[in-house]
Design a protein around this ligand. Structure first.
Ligand code: RB5
Length: 142
């Protein structure tokens, strides 16, 4: 599975820690590349283009809280960005929502918690069935 990662300055440190931990998987790093202040919608946009053009199978987005960059990413048709604020939400965001971008807060979550949630998400299957009819309804109203 090809994974892309992007963050604003609020998520830069966490992005670097995740890149180090997943070094073997060669994540596509879409920036930012320093702790200098940037605007999170620019990184949401880069990630969305990468996912919609199928250059990656899954995106990881990070800002300070995960909230702003989630809002920005979810403005685009075909994007299901989920803020994984607990282990159970990490499981359900795959099982029920088939999220194509998972989101974290660089200032609100620990590296260990985030790694655990990524692991849970990657080891969960989408349940399809009644959940697909709900995702279809989202697509129809976009
Ligand atoms: C940037 O200071 C901060 O607002 C951003 O990282 C994020 O938390 C927005 O939701």
């Amino acid at each position: 599975m090809k994974i892309a990662i992007a963050a604003d300055h609020g998520g830069f440190k966490l992005k670097e820690a995740l890149k180090k931990y997943y070094a073997a998987s060669n994540m596509i790093d879409l920036g930012t590349y320093s702790a200098d202040s940037v605007d999170y919608p620019d990184y949401a946009h880069k990630m969305v283009q990468t996912i919609l053009h199928k250059e990656a199978d899954l995106g990881i987005l990070i800002c300070g809280t995960g909230v702003g960059i989630s809002i920005a990413a979810n403005r685009y048709k075909g994007i299901r960005a989920a803020l994984l604020y607990s282990d159970e939400v990490a499981r359900l965001a795959k099982a029920h929502n088939d999220a194509n971008i998972i989101v974290f807060g660089g200032r609100t979550m620990s590296v260990d918690d985030v790694i655990k949630r990524i692991d849970i998400f990657l080891h969960t299957s989408y349940e399809n069935g009644r959940h697909q009819q709900r995702l279809n309804k989202i697509e129809e109203t976009e």
